[in-house]
Design a binder for this molecule. Structure first.
Ligand SMILES: NC(=O)c1ccc[n+]([C@@H]2O[C@H](COP(=O)([O-])OP(=O)(O)OC[C@H]3O[C@@H](n4cnc5c(N)ncnc54)[C@H](O)[C@@H]3O)[C@@H](O)[C@H]2O)c1
Length: 393
């Protein structure tokens, strides 16, 4: 199969078949995943948040798979940004700079694109910013999702909607126990509450307006993934961007919570989950997949902040320095969040492909290529190709 034209499910299928296991490219009811060959070729996709970190990677990947991508977002949230450095604009079919708080502009843009698939990634994505601006965070993340789904009601071309939320939507109950999709939702801080609200809005729209009896053909799912790493992330208050910035400047990285355990996952893992989920929603039994899905790393990829910083420093090479400093007085972060992603593994055929070491290696390599002035479109597409290769291996 030509990698550039196949679907994620094809890759998963091939991998399972190569493994010869019972999963052999079929879901829990034994359906053959190979049915969706070329799922993305010629597909029209509307992607909110295309100027962001995940959105830029997803745009590059979708275009590589043959989709026509229409973006809707504010300007890139950082400078530099993956969007600019990897020249993502060049692959877009349309690029609308608009606010998800503006319902009319969002609806008009969606109507103009008339997509088959919608990925909703636009958000205020930072926990600390949620404490600084709770009203703004709720307006963008909760009402922005309502605006998006209300706009979808007006466009009957849409068949599949993936709303991206987070692992932080779960009510913190038993520390350490992995959360499953049916567990109660909560959200103690404003960011988590805004994403929990996005889940509630998605559920209400799914039940009320989308479904076999409701007349609109769209199937709506939500995707819950944890923090991700990868090249091209310049966001504030994230470990990898902080390390890479400091190493490049010859400065010492000061670790505030070196003993804190976190799950670590490469950005392409969660994006593979979103793509596979959308493919399932587009299928004949798409309604079965309309609902919430966890996409989390294997428990082997849990490591402390200190361990990850040390691994990153080793990969960086000479001159990388780390030290510990006392934790600052600031709003508390949630403890270790674990996701149980077995439903996605069994029913979608998705599973993590890159172990922590490989994810860090790819992230450092991307950043060092950027510092050398390499062609970052090519570097990013090469990493996507390598991920697809891992899915086939
Ligand atoms: N990066 C992670 O580790 C992570 C983890 C869990 C969930 N998520 C979720 O994934 C999605 C993407 O995250 P990211 O890391 O790429 O974030 P990012 O900050 O890099 O990108 C955010 C995108 O949303 C757009 N945006 C922000 N406010 C907007 C508004 N009012 N109207 C229109 N567009 C707006 C930005 O322009 C940008 O395109 C978010 O929904 C986030 O909550 C991210």
């Amino acid at each position: 199969m030509a990698v550039g034209n196949g679907s994620l499910e094809d890759l998963v299928t091939e991998n399972h078949e190569a493994a010869g296991g019972e999963a052999a490219g079929r879901d829990s009811e034994g359906r053959d995943a190979a049915a969706s060959v070329g799922a993305w070729t010629g597909r029209s996709v509307f992607l909110t948040g295309h100027t962001g970190f995940k959105g830029s990677w997803l745009t590059l990947w979708l275009c590589r798979l043959g989709a026509q991508v229409h973006g809707y977002a504010l300007d890139p949230p950082t400078s530099p940004s993956l969007f600019e450095e990897a020249g993502v604009a060049a692959s877009l079919s349309s690029d609308t700079r608009g606010d998800v708080r503006s319902f009319e502009r969002l609806r008009d843009s969606l109507e103009a694109a008339r997509p088959d698939v919608v990925f909703h990634l636009a958000a205020q994505p930072l926990v600390l910013e949620g404490y600084r601006d709770p009203l703004g965070t709720l307006a963008v993340n909760a009402m922005g999702t309502a605006h998006l789904l209300e706009a979808v009601r007006a466009v009957d071309s849409v068949r599949a909607v993936v709303v991206v939320t987070t692992d932080k939507v779960y009510e913190e109950r038993e520390p350490g126990r992995p959360y499953r999709e049916g567990d109660p939702l909560g959200g103690r801080d404003p960011y988590s509450a805004s994403k929990t609200a996005a889940e509630a809005v998605s559920g209400a729209y799914r039940w009320s307006f989308f479904g076999a009896q409701e007349g609109h053909p769209a199937r709506v799912a939500t995707a819950r993934a944890g923090n991700v790493i990868g090249g091209g992330d310049w966001a504030a208050d994230r470990l990898l961007p902080d390390c890479l910035r400091a190493f490049a400047a010859g400065e010492t990285v000061r670790l505030r919570f070196p003993g804190a355990i976190r799950p670590w996952q490469h950005v392409l893992e969660s994006l593979a989950g979103y793509l596979t989920l959308a493919e399932r929603l587009l299928g004949a039994e798409g309604g079965r997949f309309a609902g919430p899905w966890n996409f989390g790393p294997l428990s082997a990829d849990e490591a402390t902040v200190g361990e990850v910083a040390q691994m990153t420093a080793r990969l960086w090479g000479g001159g990388a320095r780390l030290e510990h400093e006392p934790p600052p007085a600031r709003p508390p972060e949630a403890g270790l969040l674990r996701l149980d992603a077995s439903r996605a593994q069994v029913e979608l055929g998705w599973r993590p492909r890159w172990a922590l070491g490989e994810a860090l290696e790819r992230t450092v390599a991307w950043h060092q290529a950027w510092l050398r002035g390499d062609d970052m479109t090519a570097v990013s597409l090469d990493q996507i190709a390598a991920y697809e290769g891992a899915a086939r291996a």
